[in-house]
Ligand binder design. Structure first.
Ligand code: ZN
Length: 397
């Protein structure tokens, strides 16, 4: 017998269905009222049922969410990654314990409907492996309500921060899932040297890569091309992400389409959070070229910016808003960026509303997906493996 039958769920196609769940997986999707008996029934009363959101890029170690308010300090002469890293070090020294802050941020994300996450964690000469140790323990604590991938992130560069290459290697051995990188050319001043380390550690351990790339213009675009070439050369298609890739946002459309085709062919995914006043990747143009582009909150109330609420549905709205998305098809694309595209980028197994998929879903007070993206309804219930894990904006444990 089916363990739990979720009755009267409105699916994205507008149909009203009963969803059977056994052993944490969806075992049946039947027209409402036709499903067989179940040990337990949960009436969703027509709420829109969608796959749980994928928080594709966050920093669990550096947020001040839930801590005392730390006013943002602007760079002295325009956006400068080095200076921001220095400000972050000052702020972190005064912050509440990392585990406390990470828990608050995780619960915020789950309460909004994310049950899958990729977090970058600082691994460099300044903090060594201490932050990773803390976040690895937090991951265990929250294993029943959210799946978390961790990226060993060289926030202070690799070549500029002696010993970081070895630390990245140790980080993967300790339990980090992917190797990170940071502006290989502008930060470390050595594009190939930086990528040699990142791809070298990834190849040694058979893990994926997720590189922060803030560089604008042709330097950013050139770096993306180099990452794509190495990805193909090593047969790592589907396992490499470039986060931000601001440089794709200020190319002319023909150049963007050309590089988009290369990114798609290399199976590299692009992460965007549709940041404030930065250029950012052209979502519709890249999707048309076959690029998998997905979303993340990135920084939430940290040294980099004061914004962020961990709501990936709100993020879909921002991505749609900044991309000039108006039609239902475009709004659905913005939704795809925070759901299916995120699942593809993270290589998640069993994602979606389908028989055999994991029963990770969110119910929304909306008639359909385009309405959900523009209205960002707060009335939600979040289920992980068929079990209620959050409602009314709070985690239920
Ligand atoms: Zn980031």
């Amino acid at each position: 017998m089916t363990e739990t039958l979720f009755t009267h769920a409105t699916l994205a196609d507008g149909s009203l269905k009963d969803i059977g769940v056994t052993g944490g997986r969806i075992v049946s999707i039947m027209p409402a009222g036709t499903a067989s008996d179940a040990a337990r029934k949960v009436d969703l009363a027509g709420a829109l049922l969608v796959p749980a959101f994928v928080e594709g890029h966050i920093h669990l170690d550096t947020s001040f969410y839930g801590d005392t308010w730390i006013p943002h300090k602007p760079c002295t002469n325009g956006f400068d990654v080095h200076e921001r890293v220095a400000f972050q070090a000052e702020n972190m020294a005064q912050a509440a314990p990392m585990a406390e802050r990470a828990r608050k941020q995780l619960e915020l994300c789950v309460s909004h409907g994310s049950t899958q996450m990729r977090s970058h964690v600082m691994v460099d000469g300044s903090v060594g492996l201490k932050s990773l140790e803390t976040i690895l323990a937090i991951r265990e604590e929250y294993r029943d309500i959210i799946d978390i991938q961790l990226v060993a992130f060289p926030q202070s560069g690799i070549l500029k921060s002696p010993g970081t290459a070895e630390l990245l290697d140790e980080a993967i051995a300790m339990g980090a899932d992917l190797v990170g990188g940071l502006d290989p050319a502008s930060f470390d001043r050595d594009l190939q040297g930086h990528l040699d380390v990142v791809f070298g550690v990834a190849e040694k351990h058979g893990v994926g890569i997720d590189i922060h790339l803030h560089d604008f213009g042709s330097l950013g675009a050139f770096t993306v091309e180099e990452i794509c070439a190495r990805t193909v050369a090593l047969g790592m298609q589907g396992k490499v992400v470039v986060s931000h890739a601001y440089g794709l946002g200020n190319l002319d459309p023909d150049a963007a389409r050309g590089i988009g085709a290369k990114i798609a062919a290399a199976g590299v995914s692009i992460m965007t959070n549709a940041p404030g006043d930065h250029a950012f990747p052209p979502v519709a143009l890249l999707r048309a070229e076959g690029v998998n582009i997905f979303g993340g909150s990135d920084n939430i109330r940290d040294s980099w910016w004061p914004y962020g609420d961990g709501d990936m549905l709100g993020r879909a709205m921002m991505i749609g808003y900044r991309s000039g998305f108006y039609t239902d098809e475009e709004l659905s694309a913005a939704f795809d960026v925070v759901t299916a595209a995120g699942a593809k980028a993270l290589g998640l197994e069993g994602y979606g509303i389908a028989v055999g998929a994991k029963a990770d879903f969110v119910t929304l007070a909306a008639a359909h997906v385009p309405e959900a993206v523009v209205a960002v309804p707060k009335d939600r219930r979040v289920f992980k493996a068929g079990r209620l894990v959050a409602e009314n904006g709070a985690v239920v444990r």
